[in-house]
Structures are given as structure tokens and as C-alpha cells.
Design a protein around this ligand. Structure first.
Ligand code: 13P
Length: 251
């Protein structure tokens, strides 16, 4: 039985005060919750603040991005060692906002996956098709190429430290979530692709998260699809009540 995981991706939102308060509200309710795994991914400047609030609790800290080096002359970037220093457990890689708005390509994303895993981080690798790709029936091809590229060069053992988030681009921040049928179909394809490349055991253990307009109303259905193991939550993770309700509905 796979343990569910709910991750709050705060994107480029909150202030220091709001980040502290939001993390404290989550910890108050879920600080000792062990039935489901919960992680918060605040903006980089607030990783330290949120990390202090989460310290010693069951809620894990994650980063939204990383540069695939420990340190160096990479102005504006955040090194892998820095995430470890801040006690991050997770890092989101390949988010569509970084692919499409910031121009990250599959090769760069793969470098991040490889470097983060080598350092002992758990990677949340995002994949998802655009609306055009879905209309042209290229969803499976898109998921396959993004996934295979992101996981390129990994061993089956390393894949156990990867969580895949299925986030169709057209569902992110739009209020239009994937239907349960669409989400399940894509999650099953992702699991099948991992099985083909890395074997049955890796596929069975793989956590797959649904992302894109997941909220307190639709979460209960989406989180309990046969191949879905949780959610990567954007806007709804910025309100403690909504986020907590999503976590509760995953139980
Ligand atoms: P929304 O939940 O705001 O649609 O964002 C989803 C997402 O991109 C999470 O990474």
C-alpha cells in the first residue's frame, strides 16, 4: 500500500509573515499526522522561516526549484547543498511554469533530477501536456517523452526516490481540473511507462500526484483514483483551511 503524499506548492506567493502563519496553521493540525505524508514548498526566501516552523514535526519541507550543482557562479540560483542545509527533503523539478515560462528543457530537467537524487533529496518530477497536445491526442506521447527524459540514466533504486506529478498545463491555475477519467488514464500510463523502463516493483511503489486546480471540493475523488497517490496543490495550498481539507480528504 502506497502512503499518500500531499504537497503544497506556494509558487511565488506569500510574505514572510504569511508563510510563517500558514506553516504554523498546517503544523497545528498535521504536526504529528503519520497516515499521510505532507510537504510544504514555500518560495526560496522563506525556506528558512518555514523550515523552523516545521522542524521536529511530521510535515516536510520542499523547494520549488534547484540548480544542478552544489555551489558556484550561478547568479540567482539555489544550490543543492543549500537545500540540504535548510533541511529540505523534497524538490520540485520540471514544473510546467519553469518549462514554459522560464524555458527549461528536458535535458536541464534531467540534470536536476540526477543531481538532486545523488544528494539524497526526494524529487517531485512534473509532467503534463498542453491543451493543444491533448486536442491532437498527443497526451501519451508528451508524458512519455517528458518522463523518460526526466528519468534518463537513473537506476530502479533511484526511481524509488522520485514522485511523479501529473499536471496538465491546461489545468494549472485555470479552475478546470482534469476529470477523474483523464487523471486516472494519465496516471496509469505513467505507471506503465515506469514499469516498462524500471520494472514492476518500481512501478508499484511509485507515487503519482495529481496537480492542476485541485481543491477542497474535487480532491476527495481525485486523490482516491486507483493510480493516484496524492496531490500537488497550488492556489488551494495558500489557505490553511482549504489545504487541510484536501489533506483530510486524502485519508
Ligand atoms: P493550481 O493548484 O493553482 O492550479 O496549481 C497547480 C500547480 O501548478 C501545483 O504545482
Amino acid at each position: 500500500m502506497r502512503q499518500r503524499l500531499i504537497v503544497g506548492n506556494w509558487k511565488m506567493f506569500t510574505t514572510a509573515a504569511k508563510a510563517r502563519r500558514l506553516a504554523a496553521d498546517v503544523v497545528e493540525e498535521l504536526g504529528s499526522e503519520t497516515r499521510v505524508r505532507v510537504a510544504l514548498c514555500p518560495p526560496v526566501p522563506y525556506l528558512g522561516i518555514v523550515g523552523e516552523v516545521l522542524s521536529g514535526t511530521a510535515v516536510a519541507l520542499g523547494a520549488q526549484n534547484v540548480y544542478p550543482e552544489n555551489e558556484g557562479a550561478f547568479t540567482g540560483e539555489i544550490g543543492i547543498n543549500m537545500l540540504l542545509d535548510l533541511r529540505c527533503r523534497y524538490v520540485i523539478v520540471g514544473h510546467s511554469e519553469r518549462r514554459h515560462t522560464l524555458g527549461e528543457d528536458d535535458r536541464f530537467i534531467n540534470r536536476k533530477v540526477v543531481a538532486a537524487l545523488a544528494a539524497g533529496l526526494e524529487v517531485i518530477a512534473c509532467v503534463g501536456e498542453t491543451l493543444e497536445q491533448r486536442r491532437k491526442r498527443q497526451t501519451r506521447a508528451c508524458l512519455e517523452s517528458q518522463l523518460i527524459s526526466a528519468l534518463s540514466g537513473l537506476t530502479a533504486e533511484q526511481v524509488r526516490h522520485v514522485v511523479v506529478a501529473y499536471e496538465p498545463v491546461w489545468a494549472i491555475g485555470t479552475g478546470v481540473n482534469a476529470t477523474p477519467e483523464q487523471a486516472q488514464e494519465s496516471a496509469a500510463e505513467i505507471r506503465e511507462l515506469v514499469k516498462e523502463r524500471f520494472g514492476e516493483e518500481s512501478a508499484r511503489a511509485l507515487l503519482i500526484l495529481d496537480g492542476g486546480s485541485v481543491n477542497a471540493t474535487n480532491a476527495a475523488t481525485l486523490m482516491h483514483l486507483p493510480d493516484m497517490d496524492g496531490g500537488l496543490i497550488g492556489h488551494a495550498s495558500l489557505e490553511a483551511d482549504q489545504f487541510l481539507s484536501i489533506v483530510r480528504s486524502s485519508l
